[in-house]
Write a protein that binds this ligand. Sequence first.
Ligand code: PMV
Length: 362
Amino acid sequence: MDDSDFDTKSRIIELLDVRGKIAFDYAKKVIYHQMSDHTERTATSIACANIAFIKYWGNRDSALRLPVNGSLSMNLDGLFTRTTVSFQNSLGFDELIINGHEVMGKGLERVSAILDIVRQNAGLDIKAQVVSENNFPTGAGIASSAAAFSALALASTKAAGLDWPEFAVSRLARLGSGSASRSIPAGFVEWKMGSGDEDSYAVSIAPPEHWDLVDCVAIVSAGHKETGSTEGHALAPTSPLQAARVVDGPRRLEICRRAILERDFDSLASIIEHDSDMMHAVMMTSQPALFYWKPATLAVMGSVREWRYSGLPVAYTIDAGPNVHVICLSESASTIVELLKALPGVENVLIAKVGPAARLEP
Ligand code: PMV
């Protein structure tokens, strides 16, 4: 081998190196792009369920979920949904996985409708995978749809790169499930009925630390409820009692708001039981009638009233299911839990303090 051979060889090696470097740089770029693409388009959020003290029942516009009355609730700390949304170029359609099971049909359509709004606002044209886990029984009077749609609204906007203020995320959550608007802000939350889509969202009226209330949820049945709230809202106007309930709504709301702000348990107890009984009276007198209570539900309601009359600060409220939310002060929570567990028909008791706002996981 002479000198010129050596030159040619080292030139070839050099060239290969350059090509290798170009290829390496290109690969690095692709991987980096994919990684940044992935990080930017994925977000995980956690949102609590909430229990309504003044109930939302009936819509004036069911497509936009604009309620016939304002409502007020407490977030339930520790009873939550964790949701990850990732927009992925490779997906041909939206995917929904709840508690490890793929969901299709109406459930998926409802989620896709929210994702469509997000895509439209973010100028995105790609499908998303939504993976969601609840840590409490779904569909049994604990507002699982509230936690689910508030977590979806927060994670999907963030994943799509939208940095929306709280009220806008609450409004979006409302379109998935009305009560979900109330799981976005912290603590004690009021959803203003508003004059239309623009101003119908929820705001916090007091932070979680404002008042040490506890919700002891007496589970009398963890099964799925028979009639979901979306169908239930549509039946509300068929009850002749609904008009009276709605007209009286602002009065109950004001009493409840004041009871919370002044930490007046007696006022809170009487107004939340009254409001819950009124909603169930509407449900029971709708056509067709909706009966959510089971014998054990009534037994718990009776006991709670007796305990209160004998001096314990305690009150009940019930959503669209058979389980009884027993509200008390934290100092008497352990006594109430023991009392509830001793009642026939009570399968389990879940305990929740006042919960925080929906949040993103880092
Ligand atoms: O948000 P929806 O459509 O699941 O309706 C909730 C209805 C009640 O839970 C019965 C009352 C309420 O205000 O949460």
